[in-house]
Write a protein of this length. Structure first.
Lengths: 277, 276
């Protein structure tokens, strides 16, 4: 039904402008071209205001481009959203407090033509995947932040989406939990083979997780470099001590700094005020 | 933490709840005791303040029969209040849905809702009695409904509209229809708001019904018993009627609290009531 050789995401000539009040137009993204292949793990990294979250939302058809196009599996992103090909994970877990863990995971499944037994089975699978089977009947308020975010991941994967979009999902977690969640996400990614686009402002996180790191700069938001991460899979805690890991971290840091240098002081100020993150 | 609370046996929980209510109980009993004592020692006349024992006696004496049948009066007033609560709640919820869905409806309806809420209930009561029939309980129900609809409308509107933007985005990422978003997100989100409004509305509906009764109608209602026993200088009966109205109101309120615990055990307002 779709071209097997087509990239999962193909972005061409993408521009995004926001009008903030009358005639004040902010260019959030300018001239974005990017292709993401099946099974890749791509991180978008950059200073606040570089439009990395906007780019993610454009891929997910949660906002419309001013110019250019986003295709997912060879279809316009809107058609992909209508076909329920996205899994979204936000910075906040966004769990429904009136549903227990299992019911939260089932939420997207209820929108499909699916029997109760199928839903039960899929939810059970997903909870096993994020290792929360013992907490199926718990309510969100009874879980830690990291556990809540794992439920959100299980919910996002329940539809078996073509692409998983993650918007700084671990930004609110402490460093230890974040590292544990990173390993967890890598395990899930390898187990499911899902394509992932991951927004972060943490360099170590981006390098540890990704097959490619897309470095962006602000005002207007654009891609300044794409850094390949040639670290072997599976990655674990030893990867974090691998000299090649530090090499790539340094490479990304320098790319970020180079992008920063190209902007003026006033742009940096605008970026700090950041309406677009 | 949950394991600890569930493993507590019934006697332990009973004991704990008794312990929590002990101060209130002591204050209540103490007040009544001092009240009784002062009335007797100072020889206060009944029309100023009857002794608790006299009020109790009046309650028992007039419970089922006589010129002021208290139980039947309380039931009749409760009937009016419940009727008003239902009417006011239905109208309030319907308007809330329209207002939450369409900005036009909000602009068209809200000024009139605010105006209706601003009308002093005392002023409108005789008019409603004339419109719906002074002896017809519906006139009292409409007065109660007028008091009830506003807090219900405002709260339910807020519940339907105050959903997290990210929750809306999540639903949109699933290509959920407006109808699905209403059912799976807005309605459950509005439920705690609705129940909060109902708690306020129980008391308001009783007030509305009793105010309506003051302006005439059947004599077997709390409002008439209060007016007539007072003019007959039977203040012990007046106080007994007031006591009964208060107990009815509290019971009514507790029914909604029980409903809340059953319907939204996950909500912070209910969770925090649990000991420990």
């Amino acid at each position: 039904m779709t071209d097997a050789n087509a990239p999962v995401v193909r972005i061409t000539g993408l521009h995004k402008q926001f009008s903030t009040g009358e005639e004040v137009v902010t260019t959030a993204l300018s001239g974005i071209d990017l292709s993401i292949e099946q099974g890749e793990f791509v991180s978008l990294i950059g200073p606040s205001g570089c439009g990395k979250s906007t780019l993610l939302r454009l891929i997910g058809d949660l906002t419309a481009p001013t110019a250019g196009s986003v295709e997912v599996n060879g279809k316009p992103s809107h058609a992909a959203r209508m076909g329920r090909e996205y899994g979204m994970v936000f910075q906040a877990p966004v769990l429904f407090e009136w549903r227990n863990v299992e019911e939260n995971v089932k939420l997207p499944l209820e929108l499909l033509d699916m029997s109760r037994a199928q839903r039960d089975e899929r939810a059970k699978e997903m909870l096993a995947l994020v290792e929360l089977s013992d907490f199926a009947r718990h309510h969100p308020y009874q879980l830690s932040g990291g556990m809540q975010q794992r439920v959100a991941i299980a919910r996002a994967l329940a539809l078996q989406p073509a692409i998983l979009l993650m918007d700084e999902p671990f930004g609110a977690l402490d460093e230890m939990t974040r590292e544990r969640m990173n390993s967890e996400v890598l395990r899930i990614w390898q187990q499911t083979g899902t394509t992932v686009v991951f927004v972060t402002h943490s360099i170590p996180e981006a390098v540890f997780l990704s097959t490619r790191v897309v470095v962006m700069s602000a005002r207007p938001g654009r891609i300044t470099r794409v850094v390949d991460v040639p670290l072997p899979q599976p990655r674990d805690d030893e990867t974090r001590e691998d000299p090649r890991y530090f090499q790539v971290v340094t490479e990304v840091r320098e790319a970020l700094r180079a992008g920063e240098g190209s902007g003026s002081a006033s742009e940096a100020r605008l970026a700090a005020e950041g309406g677009i993150g | 933490m949950t394991a600890a609370t569930t493993s507590l046996g019934r006697p332990a929980r009973l004991g704990r709840s008794l312990g929590r209510n002990l101060p209130a109980l002591a204050v209540g009993v103490g007040t009544i005791g001092i009240w009784e004592l002062l009335i007797r020692v100072l020889d206060v006349r009944t029309f100023i303040l009857p002794a608790p024992s006299a009020i109790g006696a009046a309650l028992v004496e007039n419970w089922g029969a006589g010129r002021w049948p208290l139980f039947d009066s309380a039931m009749a007033t409760l009937f009016e209040a419940v009727g008003g609560l239902v009417i006011g709640t239905v109208v309030g919820v319907v308007i809330a849905f329209a207002v939450a869905r369409w900005a036009n409806a909000r602009d068209a309806v809200l000024p009139f809702a605010v105006a209706a809420n601003a009308i002093p209930i005392i002023a409108i009561a005789p008019i409603f009695n004339a419109w719906f029939g002074v002896t017809n309980p519906v006139s009292k129900m409409m007065i109660a409904a007028l008091l009830v609809f506003f807090p219900v409308m405002i709260n339910v509107t807020r519940g339907l509209t105050s959903v997290e933007p990210s929750a809306l985005e999540l639903m949109r990422s699933y290509a959920a229809s407006e109808w699905t978003i209403l059912r799976k997100l807005r309605l459950p989100n509005a439920l705690p708001f609705f129940l909060t409004a109902l708690k306020v509305a129980t008391t308001l509906s009783l007030i509305g019904a009793i105010v309506g009764e003051y302006f005439g109608g059947s004599s077997t209602v709390i409002g008439r018993v209060v007016v007539q026993s007072a003019s007959a200088l039977r203040f012990d009966v007046t106080w007994a009627a007031i006591l009964l109205a208060a107990v009815t109101g509290i019971t009514f309120y507790l029914v909604i609290v029980a409903l809340e615990r059953a319907l939204i055990p996950w909500h912070a307002s209910v969770r925090s009531q649990e000991p420990g």
